[in-house]
Write a protein that binds this ligand. Structure first.
Ligand code: HEC
Ligand code: HEC
Length: 173
């Protein structure tokens, strides 16, 4: 009994998803509305990403998530998971993200003529907290790594030994 109920609910859900997809593609074929709904009209607490279409705003949220390899709740209060209106609330990471947006805009304006050359991904590379130093293992310690520096073998072996000694505290054997 329970199973049948479960399955029919599942079917209804699937139907709803298909309907939404069909509605989506029908909408995609219709001429675009003259004025798309803008972020600060649709949302309650937009301070930085103002005046952009809602679709673009949401893709930006997706971009943040994938740049940092974190889900939405990294920057939004936990209650957002069950209540859409809670996305409007602020927390530390959300405020940090606002500062980061301003920083990225300034970097691009001052160095790249306003082109979007530096993004969240440039530094974060799939981490909430960006790395400060590259992994030496990738370059020096693994001789046949494709990132290996183009030094000759003798130099690379000496360099690797130095790196081990200074950074990893290994004694020469
Ligand atoms: C790296 C941090 C970060 C991540 C990850 C993130 N957001 Fe956001 N989100 C923000 C910031 C910052 C704002 C406020 C933007 C502003 O003030 O212009 C915001 C605002 C929003 C708003 C507007 C709320 C309102 O009413 O004011 C929604 C909705 C939202 N995010 C949804 C999402 C969803 C869904 C995800 C996951 C796909 C997500 N966010 C992931 C940082 C993030
Ligand atoms: C120039 C490099 C750089 C860029 C570009 C950058 N970040 Fe950051 N971000 C950092 C560093 C470094 C930290 C750690 C700061 C600290 O520990 O005080 C950080 C921290 C954060 C944090 C807090 C994470 C934590 O665990 O404390 C969030 C959220 C964040 N960044 C979001 C973003 C978003 C969103 C973007 C794109 C709009 C972005 N960052 C672009 C360097 C960058």
């Amino acid at each position: 009994m329970k199973l049948i109920f479960g399955r029919s609910r599942l079917l209804r859900c699937a139907a709803a998803v298909l309907f939404a997809l069909a509605a989506g593609s029908a909408r995609a074929q219709a001429p675009a509305p003259a004025k798309p709904l803008l972020s600060d009209q649709a949302f309650k607490n937009v301070k930085v990403l103002k005046g952009i279409p809602v679709d673009e705003f949401m893709s930006t949220m997706g971009f943040f998530s994938s740049s940092l390899a974190e889900n939405c709740l990294f920057c939004h209060v936990l209650e957002s998971a069950g209540d859409w209106s809670k996305f409007a609330e602020d927390n530390d990471n959300k405020n940090t993200a606002r500062r980061m947006i301003a920083m990225v805009n300034t970097i691009n304006k001052n160095n790249f003529g306003g082109r979007r050359m530096v993004t969240c991904y440039s530094c974060h590379r799939g981490a909430g907290h960006p790395k400060v130093i590259p992994s030496l293992a990738d370059t020096v310690l693994i001789p046949d790594s494709h990132h290996a520096l183009p030094f000759d073998d003798a130099f690379r072996i000496r360099l690797a030994a130095e790196v081990r000694r200074f950074l990893l505290g290994e004694r020469p054997s």
